[in-house]
Write a protein that binds this ligand. Sequence first.
Ligand SMILES: NC(=O)C1=CN([C@@H]2O[C@H](COP(=O)(O)OP(=O)(O)OC[C@H]3O[C@@H](n4cnc5c(N)ncnc54)[C@H](OP(=O)(O)O)[C@@H]3O)[C@@H](O)[C@H]2O)C=CC1
Ligand SMILES: CC(=O)N[C@@H](CCC(=O)OP(=O)(O)O)C(=O)O
Length: 313
Amino acid sequence: MKPKIYIDGKDGTTGLQIYDRLAARSDIDLLLIDEDKRKDPAERKKLMAAADIVFLCLPDAAAVEAVALAEGTNARIIDASTAHRTAPGWVYGFPELKKGQREAIAKAKYVANPGCHATGFIAIAAPLVQAGVLPADADLCCFSLTGYSGGGKKMIAQYEAPEKGEALYSPGLYGLGQNHKHLPEMQKICGLTKPPVFTPIVDDYYKGMATTVPLHMDQLTGVSTLHEVWQVLADHYAGEKLVRVAPEGAGDLGGKLYGNAKAGDNGLTLVAAGNDETFTITALFDNLGKGASGAAVQNMNLMLGLEETAGLL
Ligand SMILES: NC(=O)C1=CN([C@@H]2O[C@H](COP(=O)(O)OP(=O)(O)OC[C@H]3O[C@@H](n4cnc5c(N)ncnc54)[C@H](OP(=O)(O)O)[C@@H]3O)[C@@H](O)[C@H]2O)C=CC1
Ligand SMILES: CC(=O)N[C@@H](CCC(=O)OP(=O)(O)O)C(=O)O
């Protein structure tokens, strides 16, 4: 029997993108809810009870309610929201994080899919902390560009309104109170003692992210060249199919990194550029790919014992 999958919130930005990645697959059965009942708790519960895996693509509060709704069923849950990413009993859905992470995801009942900005930051900082190169108490900064689809249907409507305000044609810095909802997972999953100073920036393009951590070499221990830092990342991600480390420098990319470089892709590319004193490491990916829906499908594949990249390459 094919595994049964239900996407709660299928008509939202993340839900639709998961649907797009699964609709043509013949190795799973998608359970679809009647359009007029998509917010009806009783009907949603019925589909959850029939499903092996439920994706939650809902606002945080609705995701918490949905988990309660699924209680008592055999459904395993992949939550795309921020609600459970640092919650006990949930496995963080970033398989490349460390040894044993994919096995933990494969067995989990509850998987929290990473935040989009958090995905970029963690892809950079976690391997450096694990290798002992980046001290856990480092004072870090991070800035992160995202397309407007990162804000879901409401933000998409604002940016695509025919008479949008002049400001929306230019990059917008937000989270200036240092209270962005991804900060707790950025700190905890990397094993840092304090959060980075974080500047997310949304701009007038649909999708794609460039998340950057600038570093001074004297913040690191046991390394003295950019090449050695690059090597730590290259070793960590050796053999990975969805995360790759680009050759050192931004040369291959014409010396410039664009926020939409990986739009439409499910992978993530790390670029280390600069010199042996000051440098940046940037994660390029799609907020709707490795930053949300692609990652969610990768986690589903692992949980079902299927090829991890099925439907993603
Ligand atoms: N967009 C992105 O790049 C990313 C999003 N996420 C997270 O994924 C989750 C979904 O975000 P996103 O897809 O962008 O948001 P959207 O607003 O685009 O979609 C949310 C969907 O949930 C539906 N919904 C809301 N409340 C309920 C409810 N009680 N029962 C059933 N359905 C409900 C909405 O219905 P309606 O259509 O009527 O509004 C909508 O279709 C969020 O938690 C977000 O933080 C995570 C990573 C990246
Ligand atoms: C442009 C924009 O507003 N983006 C959202 C990120 C969306 C996202 O990643 O949501 P999760 O926290 O559920 O992962 C933000 O920064 O809040």
